[in-house]
Ligand binder design. Structure first.
Ligand code: HEM
Ligand code: SF4
Length: 566
């Protein structure tokens, strides 16, 4: 059995690379079964900290976050988080019931819909793992490759196949791509996590800009196909994906993904430093350009791709898929519910499953804004489905704040967290609903418990990044503000504006900011454009209600170095 013991000269990256060379965890699932009866303490460190992740199993923190531990990593509780993969966010009512049952039986009734259209369970014990994995497999679900240096869940438009203005229903490609890469021994050892999004909808709700590889719809010479972008990502050094001058017809998508994945796998320069191992670093640090990248992809393909087709870059529309809206199929509607910061109870999942069976086809979709959509509902029954979801607390009609809130895992379960995010976000939304009951603009408020950006705060209108500050001599949760992020036309990351305040003062600050917006906005001006035409100094005044010196974003007092990774 491999060992995680690190020689004094072995770097973190060298250790990760050694462990990966020594074992393909996808071929060793039996070992998980062997550990199960022996309990948490018997699990070898290499499994606990590395190989488990290839199966989406991740150690859970003790609730204190990073500051409850040392060296930038919080203490581990003897429990696991587990991510369940849902390609393109597709889930059936039967699968949803199975997830509900798992959450109830093993997960203390907690489940989260994530920003990659997955479900995440918590509180699993070592002993539970085999039964949980078996139940997943029995229902055609898996947690494989939802963590680790592999192809993560492939995201797509939750309305694929039902959206009247999509150019193509690209969902079959998300499944075929996952089938090609996940579980394939050729691709178990990538330099780092690898994120793909494929969508045939011109609305780009799957955020192509922040994926390693992204396909969006395009047309060339009357043929429908895709544009190709590579090298996007958030994290501590966000980078917008670079568009390549290539038109990818449907039949070339898989070969192109294979070529890009091979290029990534063999980019040895990315295996030297875990912090700089994502595909984007080829552009950021290693001198690659769109042209050289495309040449290398074409070399691997053995053929040239046609030059890029025409694409329509969407205006920065709000896309949370909530509400009752018609599908392209005559007589059918979809009903989308805003799941506040993704947290959903087993009972709510069962209600949604029942409604989708009674009035639809038993098909549902998760969204990357942490929401749930019941599809294929007979139009006459859409009101019943909406009413049933509402009654269960899954709001189909909700305030702008409720609809627009997204939050990462936070210190409740994440060992890297600086702040608690899920309860905080609920409180923040309730506060804002009370303070600004008539606020009429759609907005995205993304809360993230540390600079890693799992809650995608750099794409938000209002992005909140977790910090600690001293209040009356004690460390308290605080948030640093980033404003005006956008995808689509004018895509750009939310600007760090130099304002930070304790968490309990954030509703006041946001209220001040939004009141300024309501008062000063030009006709038809959305939040993003409003933020864009004001300087950071002005935005700080709006937030603070007075002149305020800029504070540095990092480090905040008590911020540990981030050593752990996912
Ligand atoms: C070095 C450490 C980490 C980095 C750089 C990082 C970065 C990110 C980023 C950028 C995303 C956005 C995904 C996207 O839309 O493409 C994400 C997703 C996510 N992260 Fe992290 N993360 C880290 C560690 C963790 C940890 C320790 C947790 C603990 C719970 C976590 C939980 C999540 C969750 C739940 C998602 C949703 C994505 C999914 O379902 O796959 N992350 N992460
Ligand atoms: S952003 Fe930070 S706190 Fe939130 S889940 Fe990611 S690593 Fe944890």
């Amino acid at each position: 059995m491999s060992t995680v013991t690190q020689s004094p000269t072995e770097t973190k990256a060298q250790r990760a690379e050694r462990l990966k060379r020594e074992k393909n965890p996808w071929e060793a699932l039996e070992e998980v079964r062997t550990f199960a009866p022996q309990g948490f303490d018997a699990i070898p460190e290499a499994w606990l900290k590395t190989y488990f992740r290839w199966w989406g199993i991740y150690t859970q923190g003790d609730g204190a976050g990073a500051l409850g531990g040392s060296g930038g990593e919080g203490r581990t509780a003897p429990y696991f988080m587990l991510r369940i993969r849902l390609e393109n966010g597709f889930v059936t009512s039967r699968q949803l019931r199975a997830i509900a049952a798992l959450a109830e039986r093993y997960g203390r009734g907690v489940a989260d819909i994530t920003v990659r259209q997955n479900f995440q369970l918590h509180w699993l014990t070592t002993e539970d793992l085999p039964a949980v994995m078996e139940t997943l497999a029995h229902h055609g679900l898996t947690s494989q490759a939802t963590c680790g240096d592999v192809t993560r869940n492939i995201t797509g438009c939750p309305l694929a196949g039902i959206n009247a203005h999509e150019l193509l229903d690209a969902s079959p490609l998300t499944f075929e791509t996952a089938q090609m890469l996940v579980g394939n021994p050729e691709f178990y050892n990538l330099p780092r996590k690898y994120k793909i999004s494929i969508s045939g909808c011109p609305d780009w709700c799957s955020y192509p800009e922040i994926n390693d590889v992204a396909f969006t719809p395009a047309v060339r010479g009357g043929e429908k196909g895709f544009s190709l972008r590579v090298g996007g990502g958030l994290s501590t050094e966000p980078h917008l994906a670079v568009r390549l001058d290539a038109f990818v017809p449907w039949g070339q998508v898989l070969p192109v993904v294979k070529a890009v994945t091979g290029l990534f796998r063999e980019a040895d320069c990315l295996r030297e430093n875990r912090e700089r191992a994502r595909l984007k670093y080829l552009f950021l640090r290693n001198g690659w350009t769109a042209e050289s990248f495309l040449r290398e992809v074409e070399r691997r393909l053995g053929s040239r791709l046609a030059p890029a087709g025409e694409e329509r870059i969407p205006a920065d529309a709000f896309r949370d898929h909530t509400g009752v809206l018609p599908q392209k199929q005559p007589g059918l509607s979809y009903v989308g519910a805003a799941v506040l910061r993704g947290r959903i109870t087993p009972e709510q999942m069962r209600v949604a499953a029942d409604l989708s069976e009674r009035h639809g086809t038993g098909d549902l979709r998760t969204t990357n804004t942490q929401n749930l959509v019941v599809i294929n509902v007979a139009r006459a029954a859409a009101g019943l489905v909406a009413g049933g979801l509402e009654a269960a607390g899954l709001h189909v009609e909700a305030s702008a704040f409720w609809r627009g809130a997204v939050a990462c895992t936070g210190s409740e379960f994440c060992k890297l967290a600086i702040t608690e995010t899920k309860s905080y976000t609920r409180w923040l939304v309730e506060e804002l609903e009370e303070r600004l009951p008539a606020f009429d603009q759609q907005l995205r408020i993304n809360v993230t418990g540390c600079p890693n950006s799992c809650g995608q705060h750099r794409l938000a209108d209002i992005g909140l990044e977790g910090k600690k500050v001293k209040v009356n001599g004690r460390m308290a949760d605080a948030y640093y503000f980033c404003l005006g992020g956008a995808v689509g036309e004018g895509a750009g990351f939310a600007r760090p504006v130099g304002y930070r305040c304790p968490a309990d003062q954030t509703p006041e600050a946001i209220e001040r900011l939004l009141r300024e917006y309501l008062e000063r906005r030009l006709p038809g001006e959305n939040l993003r454009r409003f933020f864009a035409r004001h300087s950071e100094t002005e935005l700080r005044v709006f937030l603070a209600g007075r002149e305020q010196e800029a504070v540095l974003r990092d480090p905040s007092p008590g911020r540990p170095s981030h050593e752990l990774e996912a």
